[in-house]
Ligand binder design. Structure first.
Ligand SMILES: Nc1ncnc2c1ncn2[C@@H]1O[C@H](COP(=O)(O)OP(=O)(O)OP(=O)(O)O)[C@@H](O)[C@H]1O
Ligand SMILES: [Mg+2]
Length: 483
């Protein structure tokens, strides 16, 4: 039977899902047309990932119905969902790090010949999807764990495309991509959409949503609170639906007063003064993370001879970009996480004044409005953005003089971003020196006093924020030779 015109590609009705006492979804409905790019928007913990996990067969909903092209759809598991045309790119990368690129891409969809795995065919298919993403140069035989996060994200997308999906879900796909890779991804999304593939796109970057999506749905506390045409809806209206109130300014008003130099970064004589917020811009791979890590004594450096333990005792705090491995102990509770590493990280970071942190942490959970049942909940059960906030709370609880922050607002919703900016500004106002690496230019411009740009592991320029434009900054980051 042919699909009647106007039958939506996807129809979700009345989806409920509870995790113990947490009602993550209540009666959620969502309709997506063939070839439509639909943005799913909402605060951290609103239920976006949960809804998409129900759709892609990771978990079962407690109630509700799903239809694809008018046919009832109840996936048994993720492979079943994939076979039925629903592919998902997860917020947390889901690749097997020890398997090679091609093995990861064809996993679960391996081509066979006479009952044997057809390696040549598998490799060719893997190469084919990578080419669609302009990444055919990746070494197919290298273990995925050896690639950068951004490259792993491309591999993850390639894996999803291999199944020739009718419905593709992308959960914050650009959070660790460069601007150039983000552009490539937008091209791929447009190309898929032109071929009739429907895409659900989750992002906290509303500017991106505006570019890729035609329609949107906003979730709040597990419920649908609005949907509509992106072009016909003002940004402020979308934000109001998300946070449930008018939001005036994302960035705090500051009148910074600088003291003397407080901390020297091991590059280009870069110093940050008391009360100053120094931003570090650059493309992925430009050496920004390395710079912060070396400054904190994390990776062996020929320039800086220090240790994290020594840095902590000097009241220098560090927020790793890699929250999953270095920011949080996912099986531990929030309280244990927030009161800091008595456990594994202790070995890595050396001695830590746990008692100080224990007492100081609780208020931060509230200040950052971390959405959790209670402090005993496992950090791994929190939504992606709330996990990020726990890592940050843990750091902010420490009375630091210098803060080294690597992508502090990645994956964090607009309302919470504003809270975090406010907190950072307040700490700077109290004389703290802040160094902030970010790939999100608006926040560098909105919050920083000076911005340094790195390229090929060197600081190529550092100027007061008012002397930069997004254009000049990007030119500096890319370099004249590749412009
Ligand atoms: N496995 C789980 N066990 C318990 N609670 C969970 C589990 N997974 C999600 N939750 C809870 O369900 C709610 C919705 O989480 P979800 O991950 O869907 O949010 P989200 O909208 O994707 O947020 P973010 O923008 O931070 O990624 C949260 O309160 C979260 O703590
Ligand atoms: Mg999520």
């Amino acid at each position: 039977m042919p699909t009647p015109i106007n039958t939506p590609r996807l129809r979700l009705s009345g989806i409920d899902k509870a995790f113990g006492a947490t009602q993550a979804l209540r009666g959620v409905s969502l309709v997506v047309a063939p070839g439509e790019v639909h943005a799913l928007i909402g605060e951290n913990g609103a239920g976006k990932s949960t809804l998409m996990k129900v759709l892609s067969g990771v978990i079962r909903g407690d109630a509700g119905t799903m239809e694809i092209d008018g046919v009832p759809y109840i996936p048994a598991d993720t492979l079943d969902a994939r076979r039925r045309g629903v592919a998902m790119i997860y917020q947390e990368l889901s690749l097997a790090p020890h398997l090679s690129v091609w093995e990861n891409i064809v996993l679960g969809a391996e081509p066979h010949r006479f009952g044997w795995l057809d390696r040549a065919e598998a490799r060719q298919r893997a190469r084919g999807v990578l080419a669609r993403l302009a990444h055919e140069h990746l070494d197919l035989d290298r273990p995925v764990g050896e690639f950068s996060i951004a490259e792993q994200q491309v591999i993850e997308i390639a894996r999803a495309l291999l199944a020739e999906p009718r419905m593709l879900v992308m959960d914050e796909p650009t959070s660790s991509l460069t601007q150039a890779d983000t552009e490539k991804l937008f091209d791929v999304v447009a190309q898929l959409s032109a071929h009739g593939v429907s895409v659900i796109y989750i992002s906290h970057f509303l500017e991106e949503v505006r570019r890729v999506a035609q329609r949107f749905t906003v979730l709040k506390d597990g419920q649908t609170v609005g949907s509509g045409e992106v072009a016909a809806t003002a940004q402020t209206e979308i934000v109001r639906l998300m946070v449930g109130r008018e939001m005036s300014d994302l960035y705090p008003q500051r009148s910074p007063q600088f003291g003397g130099p407080m901390f020297a970064l091991p590059a280009g004589g870069l110093e940050v003064r008391a009360g100053e917020i120094l931003g570090i811009a650059g493309l992925i791979g430009a050496g920004r993370t390395e710079l912060l890590r070396a400054a904190f004594g994390l990776d062996p450096s020929t320039v800086v001879h220090t240790t994290p333990a020594r840095r902590w005792s000097e009241r220098v705090g560090f927020l790793s970009e890699n929250r999953k491995e270095e920011g949080l102990m996912l099986p531990l509770s929030l309280a244990e996480n927030a009161s800091l590493p008595k456990y594994k990280t202790l070995a890595r970071w050396g001695w830590l004044p746990v008692s100080v942190l224990n007492a100081a942490t609780a208020p931060w959970l509230e200040k950052l409005s971390i959405k959790a049942r209670d402090a005993g909940q496992g950090a791994g059960e929190l939504s992606g953005g709330n996990q990020q906030k726990v890592a940050l709370a843990r750091l902010l609880a420490y009375p630091a003089r210098v803060l080294l922050l690597d992508e502090p607002t990645r994956g964090i919703d607009v309302g919470s971003k504003a809270q975090i900016y406010e907190l950072i500004a307040k700490l700077a106002g109290q004389g703290c020196a802040v160094v902030m690496v970010s790939s999100y230019l608006p926040e560098l411009f909105g919050l920083c006093d000076r911005i340094a740009v790195m390229r090929r592991r060197e600081v190529v320029a550092c100027k007061p924020t008012t002397e930069w434009t997004e254009q000049t900054l990007m030119t500096a980051a890319v370099g004249a030779d590749t412009a």
